[in-house]
Design a binder for this molecule. Structure first.
Ligand SMILES: *Cc1c(COP(=O)(O)O)cnc(C)c1O
Length: 350
């Protein structure tokens, strides 16, 4: 007999990017700069009221986002990071072990984990030869048991985007009875005009839910706050399955302050957009396979050489994120840090 459900033994662990003292961390797609001074001030002020429970309904941040996005507040659900919202989506849609969550693979490593925690069945469809979502194949993989589809654009870890046309065709193909979650954690880095912007499709598609986060461009990864946009019905369901008070008051204050300072924070994304082209071009010139990226990271397709490449980078004091046996994801950072990575990549002869 065991006290714990036996299937947890097969649960894949979420592997955080390693933080090694003295090494450059390019493993978690964070921004290397700290929160800006007004955001730090808001964090300190909120921390001073840390003896009080946070606002359960996350009223202030919800209202602010509603204003920002021109959407009714009842269509917004805030979560303890968008990873938590992914898990809430599974909990809100799946109840039977036969209920299916469909996603591309390789994609965000949290999707298999939250699916299994939710007791649902996962179905995956391989990325195409260009490391992109194969949405036609995904539409064909929808069954009467499919409850939720996760679409990640830009895709973590390959950086490729789904176009608006592709997503509209996909939504038409799957029909209104399957919830489609578009995970746009890297939305602020997207410059391709053909790329999908989920917010533009929400009104026409009640079965679409868009996920965004303050962890990346807004520099608040440690504070854990993300949000979902959908119909009032979907947002209400997400709130129902949310662990109470999981969006803490410091995170709420920081996110509002980050929105106030968005101009500053988003301006810093422009350097990453320039650098990601330079990093990719240098890798291509060195003979690597690297798909075009619309995020703040590049995907180096290394196959069986993945672990050796990551170890070699570590020898050069650069921490990348290996996903054996497919490749390494490397965050695009400042020019200096990117140069350190490129020097390591050039000297790899695995
Ligand atoms: C980083 C990331 C998130 C954000 O996670 P948080 O829980 O908000 O920190 C969500 N989805 C993808 C694909 C990501 O890469």
């Amino acid at each position: 007999m065991t006290l714990i459900r036996p299937d947890l033994d097969t649960l894949p662990a979420y592997v955080p990017g390693r933080a090694i003292p003295g090494a450059i961390k390019l493993a978690s797609n964070e921004v290397p700069l700290p929160p800006t001074p007004p955001v730090l001030a808001a964090i300190a002020e909120a921390a001073a009221a840390g003896n009080r429970y946070p606002d359960l309904a996350v009223t202030g941040l919800t209202a602010r986002l509603a204003d920002e996005l021109g959407m009714a507040a009842e269509r917004i659900a805030i979560g303890c990071g968008s990873v938590s919202l992914c898990q809430q989506l599974v909990q809100a849609t799946c109840r039977e072990p036969s209920d299916e969550v469909l996603f591309a693979w390789r994609s965000f490593e949290a999707y298999p984990i939250v699916t299994q925690i939710g007791g649902a069945t996962m179905r995956t469809v391989p990325l195409d030869a260009d490391f992109r979502h194969d949405l036609d194949a995904m539409a064909a993989a929808v069954t009467p048991n499919t409850r939720l589809v996760m679409v990640c654009s830009p895709n973590n870890p390959t950086g490729t985007v789904v176009t608006r046309d592709e997503l509209e065709r996909f939504l038409a193909a799957v029909g209104p009875d399957v919830l489609v979650a578009l995970d746009e954690a890297y939305h602020e880095y997207v410059t391709d005009p053909a790329a999908v912007d989920g917010t533009a499709l929400l009104d026409a598609h009640p079965n679409l839910v868009v996920l965004r986060t303050f962890s990346k461009a807004y520099r608040l990864a440690a504070l854990r706050v993300g949000y979902a946009l959908g119909t009032p019905e979907v947002a209400t369901a997400l709130r129902k399955v949310c662990s109470p008070f999981s969006v803490n008051s410091v995170a709420q204050a920081a996110a509002i302050a980050a929105l106030d300072d968005a101009e500053n924070l988003l301006a810093a994304c422009a350097e990453v957009v320039t650098e990601r082209v330079r990093v990719r071009d240098a890798l291509l010139a060195a003979g690597y396979t690297v798909p075009p990226t619309q995020a703040n990271f590049v995907w180096v397709a290394l196959g069986e050489r993945t672990a050796a490449f990551a170890a070699h980078c570590l020898d050069h004091k650069v921490v990348v994120r290996p996903f054996a046996p497919d490749g390494c994801r490397v965050t695009v950072s400042t020019p200096e840090e990117n140069d350190a990575f490129l020097a390591a990549a050039r000297s790899f002869d695995g």
